[in-house]
Design a protein around this ligand. Structure first.
Ligand SMILES: NC(=O)c1ccc[n+]([C@@H]2O[C@H](COP(=O)([O-])OP(=O)(O)OC[C@H]3O[C@@H](n4cnc5c(N)ncnc54)[C@H](OP(=O)(O)O)[C@@H]3O)[C@@H](O)[C@H]2O)c1
Length: 324
């Protein structure tokens, strides 16, 4: 099969098209003929040598695919060859074929094409497990979403809105702020406005109940200042750094909870449980068009380097997708 390999850590040019044997298919795996694969920020971190695949995962980048099941392992119960699925994978997505544990596959939501289906799993699994399971965001609450036009942000704004929460989102340009507003959030241009003051102003001084943060670093203390009483801060990215000093008094005064998680190293069982929850609660919304993955640009597999350059340019609203 053709796939994309990281020849050595570095700039997008290190992504090379290679021929490799088909991946091994375990007893509980399906082999997916990949038609489209989503591109995510963690793929860039992997290319740079800062995010190694977990033990046992393919070294080929790519955390999500959509396509048709070609073959199934002897213990697979739910799927048959010919079924069309989208899937969360721990690696190996940038390829013509990808082996996937059965529980990590979901049916392509009705009405969605393969390109949009490939843009779903990584951000929907991440947002669901962090915003709704971990931070327990509820109807009527207020949530601050940093990076509102990222793949994660566009998903989080839509799901918050769909489940009756009020979303506030940060973005780095007026154009991106307008996109956040179209998705249903009150937008804050973090380059021209102090987001702590903006959150206070937009919440009548109450603060937000939940924050989904992809920045870390010096955002940590500022995030805590934005929290309402009993607020929950979920850390899922570290684009601003992994170390920070905070005033613990501010945490205590708010009775705040600070948490976070990474999806990729979680077990097949845990990912399967998230998938089942998504299928029950979110798949009907995708089928109805209430929420939809935003596809910004599409590249053929062999132009994976251009796909990475595009995501790194900062111009993307939503997702970049590869086709095989
Ligand atoms: N923990 C997990 O399980 C998990 C899973 C998936 C992804 N992630 C993390 O989630 C993050 C987003 O991933 P993605 O694939 O959705 O990325 P992406 O589409 O490449 O978006 C990155 C975003 O970061 C925003 N940003 C950069 N600096 C910012 C700042 N100072 N304040 C607010 N926003 C800022 C950019 O917005 P502007 O252009 O507006 O600045 C951009 O929208 C990454 O950090 C990734 O590692 C974590």
């Amino acid at each position: 099969m053709r796939c994309i390999a990281i020849s050595t850590p570095g700039s997008p040019g290190v992504l090379r098209l290679e021929e490799r044997p088909l991946p091994d298919v375990g007893p509980s795996d399906v082999l997916v003929r990949v038609e489209a694969a989503g591109v995510n920020r963690p793929d860039i971190m992997q290319r740079l040598g800062r995010y190694a695949p977990p033990p046992g995962a393919s070294d080929v980048p790519g955390l999500e695919v959509a396509g048709t099941i070609e073959r199934i392992g002897p213990e697979v119960r739910r799927w048959q060859p010919g079924d069309r699925v989208c899937a969360l994978v721990a690696g190996g997505g940038y390829a013509e074929y990808c082996a996937v544990p059965e529980p990590q596959c979901l049916p392509i939501p009705s009405g969605l094409d393969r390109l949009h289906a490939a843009a779903i799993p990584e951000t929907f699994f991440t947002v669901w497990t962090n915003l709704f399971q971990r931070a327990a965001l509820r109807e009527g609450e207020r949530v601050l979403i940093h990076g509102g036009t990222s793949g994660i942000g566009t998903t989080a704004i839509q799901l918050a809105w769909a489940f009756g929460a009020t979303a506030l989102a940060t973005a780095g340009s007026d154009e991106k702020c307008a996109a956040c507003e179209r998705l249903g959030a009150r937008a804050i241009n973090y380059r021209t406005t102090d987001f702590v003051q903006a959150v206070r102003a937009l919440t009548d001084g109450q603060g937000v109940n939940v924050i989904l943060d992809i920045i870390g670093g010096d955002y940590l203390g500022r995030n805590i200042e934005c929290l309402a009483k009993d607020g929950r801060l979920v850390q899922i990215g570290l684009q601003g750094g992994s170390k920070a000093e905070i005033n613990l008094t501010a945490l205590m005064q708010r009775r705040a909870t600070l948490t976070g998680s990474t999806l990729r190293p979680r077990s097949v069982e845990e990912k399967g449980a998230i998938g089942r929850d998504l299928e029950a609660h979110v798949w009907p919304l995708l089928a109805a068009g209430t929420v939809k993955p935003l596809v910004h640009s599409i590249f053929p597999l062999e132009r994976a380097a251009d796909a990475h350059r595009t995501l790194e340019s900062g111009a993307v609203i939503g997702k970049v997708v590869l086709t095989t």
